[in-house]
Design a protein around this ligand. Structure first.
Ligand code: SF4
Length: 385
């Protein structure tokens, strides 16, 4: 089966609304839902004003509605945004069009409406099938809503669905996590993202951790969760292709997210959205109010821009490739950076090979399962400021 990898650029839309903030989340979003119409107008204006940033000769082959909670927009609003994208950029006819949906915001007819609007991949933020865990996370939906979301997505015609799950919650047991995965498999989603709970600074969970109100899982437990995740996914036919991402086959890898992991260009719209092209990376203001004010004065809301130098691009290339199970392609590295990866990082690499943290196979350098467990630590050793 052909891997879902392409060098064509992608488009990302950040929809900055949530019905209520989850206690662990640090994505940019507000609960001021009354601003949705103004936001959609501003977003369409931003897309039109960004025509100059389009990548010459390129046809975009992914569109990703992320957030926030894109399913808080109506199908009409999603259609309006898609029409604006189509009239501004060249979009491939086979584009993967993903919408992140929260089961708690989806009325029955919305599945069909989004499908009819052109969305062909639904990413459902399930997180857990256990009501106690969902309440603890601050989610607005319960397990019954998560189950019916999956059934309704299928009935509406979605043949490419992804589920998000979170594991290693405080107090969660391995059997409880296994049960969550098994519930997910029962719906045979094409793709599953399984994230280890992270206590991000600035979130309510982080503050509760600091004040001792909650305790994270001990390190050994996190390793056990991780190993179980890989074993159970594998025995149920889900291939691990990135640190937190699993697919029923290579055809169902997230074509859009792979662009981030392979340094393929993408344009992002909406507050806090990032863009990347060649060695340039830029991002929008992380404030809906400033975003609206800028666009209502016909001004692009960019507030950060950087040019990545050769050594940063090289480090990022290593970092992104080694988070993928396929690993780093040695000939591609040499072609891009004019130096042999194995020669340049000889001493680090030998250390990893000797400790069974990495291996070289068929022209690729990749981390072993043991290496993936301490992936962030390993990657720092490649940093040469
Ligand atoms: S619904 Fe999603 S984006 Fe919104 S607060 Fe919860 S996790 Fe974050």
């Amino acid at each position: 089966m052909q891997a879902n990898i392409s060098e064509q650029p992608g488009l990302y839309l950040h929809i900055p609304f949530c019905e209520q903030k989850c206690a662990y989340c640090d994505f940019y979003s507000l609960t001021e839902l009354s601003l949705r119409d103004r936001f959609v107008d501003a977003l369409c204006r931003e897309i039109q004003l960004s025509k100059q940033n389009s990548i010459p000769g390129a046809a975009f082959d992914t569109i990703y509605f992320g957030g926030g909670t894109p399913s808080l927009l109506s199908a009409e609003q999603i259609s309006k945004i898609l029409e604006t994208l189509h009239s501004t950029f060249t979009i491939s006819q086979q584009a993967e069009i993903t919408l992140e949906a929260n089961p708690g915001t989806m009325e029955q007819q919305m599945y069909g409406d989004f499908f009819a609007a052109g969305v062909n991949r639904l990413s459902l933020g399930v997180q857990s099938f256990n009501d106690d865990e969902l309440r603890f996370l601050g989610r607005i939906h319960d397990a019954a809503q998560a189950r019916s979301a999956l059934r309704r997505a299928r009935q509406a015609g979605f043949s490419n669905c992804s589920l998000d799950l979170i594991f290693a919650l405080p107090g969660q047991t391995l059997p409880s996590w296994k049960k969550n995965m098994e519930e997910a498999f029962a719906f045979t989603p094409e793709h599953i993202s399984a994230y280890n709970l992270i206590f991000e600074p600035g979130t309510p969970f982080y503050n509760r951790l600091q004040s001792g109100q909650i305790q994270g899982q001990p390190e050994q437990n996190e390793i056990d969760f991780w190993n179980m995740t890989l074993d159970v996914m594998d025995s149920n036919g889900y291939e691990a292709y990135e640190v937190s991402n699993f697919a029923r086959s290579a055809a169902f890898y997230s074509r859009h997210n792979i662009k981030y992991w392979l340094h393929v260009p993408y344009l992002g719209f909406g507050p806090s959205a990032h863009s990347f092209h060649k060695n340039r990376r830029w991002s929008n203001v992380r404030s809906l109010h400033r975003y609206l004010a800028d666009l209502e004065q016909e001004k692009l809301p960019v507030d950060f821009e950087e040019r990545l130098d050769a050594s940063t691009l090289e480090f990022e290339h290593i970092l992104l490739r080694l988070r993928m199970y396929a690993g780093l392609h040695l000939r591609e590295f040499e072609r891009k950076f004019g130096v042999s990866f194995l020669e340049k990082y000889k001493s680090e690499i030998n250390g990893f090979l000797n400790r069974n943290l990495a291996e070289t196979i068929n022209g690729y350098f990749k981390l072993t399962r043991k290496g993936m467990l301490i992936c962030d630590e390993i990657l720092q050793d490649f940093y040469r400021p």
